[in-house]
Design a protein around this ligand. Structure first.
Ligand code: GAR
Length: 219
C-alpha cells in the first residue's frame, strides 16, 4: 500500500505537518529550514511540546509557526493527553505527524488515528538500541557502527517500518555526546528526505518493508 496523505503535495498546496517535540529542537529546525526554503513541498502548521520551556517551542515561534505546550500532568491519564494532542493536530489540518525528539510513547488510539502518517527519528540503527539513551546503549554494547533511523510509528516502542537509515562509525574514545554529535547531521538530512518522499507519494509499504519508488522524470 502507498504511504501518503491521499494526495500529491505541491508547492501551491504543501503537505501540512504537525511536529511533536520535547526539547532542543534541532530536527524541528531542519524541517523548518527545509519547508521555509521550499526545498520540500511541506509546511509546518503546528508544533506541540509536552515540556514547558522546550527550546523547540522558541524555534517554532521565531519561524512564525503556532506552538504550544500541553502539560501531561493536567490530564487524568495518557489516553486523554494523547486525545487532546490528536485533536489539536486534526484541528490544524495536519496530514503528517513528525516526532522530533518527542520523548513519550504514544497510545494505540493516537497511532490508529494517524495510522501510517506518523514519522519518528531515532538515534540508532533500529532494531538495535530502541528506547532511551540509544547512543550510550550502542557504546556500552560495543558496536562498531551506529547511526539513525527514520521510521513509521506503530504501537510499539521504535518498532515501526523503517523508511531510511544512515550509519556512522563508533570510535574507541566516543562518549554518548560525541557519538550523538556525529549522528545528528544525518538525522536532519534523513528527516527532510523522508518528508520529501512522503509528500511526493514515493513510499510503498509491503509487509513491514518500505519500498522507495524512483523519482518520476519531469514531463
Ligand atoms: C535526537 O537525537 C533524536 O534522534 C532523539 O532525541 C534527539 C532530539 O534532538 N530521539 C529519541 O531518542 C527518540 N527515542 P532535537 O530535539 O535536537 O531534535
Amino acid at each position: 500500500m502507498r504511504i501518503d496523505a491521499g494526495r500529491l503535495a505541491t508547492p501551491e498546496a504543501p503537505l501540512r505537518l504537525g511536529v511533536l517535540v520535547s526539547g532542543r529542537g534541532t530536527n524541528l529546525q531542519a524541517l523548518l529550514d527545509a519547508t521555509a526554503s521550499g526545498a520540500i513541498p511541506a509546511r509546518i502548521v503546528v508544533v506541540l511540546s509536552d515540556r514547558a520551556g522546550a527550546p523547540a517551542l522558541e524555534r517554532a515561534r521565531r519561524a512564525g509557526v503556532p506552538a504550544a505546550h500541553l502539560d501531561p500532568r493536567a490530564f487524568p491519564d495518557r489516553a486523554s493527553f494523547d486525545a487532546c494532542l490528536a485533536r489539536r493536530l486534526e484541528e490544524a489540518g495536519v496530514e503528517l505527524v513528525c516526532l522530533a525528539g518527542f520523548m513519550r510513547v504514544l497510545t494505540p488510539d493516537f497511532v490508529r488515528r494517524f495510522r501510517h502518517r506518523i514519522l519518528n527519528v531515532h538515534p540508532s540503527l533500529l532494531p538495535a538500541f530502541a528506547g532511551k539513551d540509544a547512543q550510550a546503549q550502542a557504546i556500552a554494547y560495543g558496536v562498531k557502527l551506529s547511526g539513525c533511523t527514520i521510521h513509521l510509528v506503530d504501537e510499539g516502542v521504535d518498532t515501526g517500518p523503517i523508511v531510511l537509515q544512515a550509519a556512522v562509525e563508533v570510535r574507541d574514545d566516543d562518549t554518548p555526546e560525541s557519538l550523538a554529535a556525529r549522528i545528528l547531521p544525518h538525522e536532519h538530512r534523513l528527516y527532510v528526505e523522508a518528508v520529501r518522499l512522503f509528500a511526493s507519494r514515493r513510499l510503498v509499504l509491503e509487509g513491514r518493508r518500505v519500498r522507495i519508488l524512483p523519482e518520476e522524470a519531469p514531463a
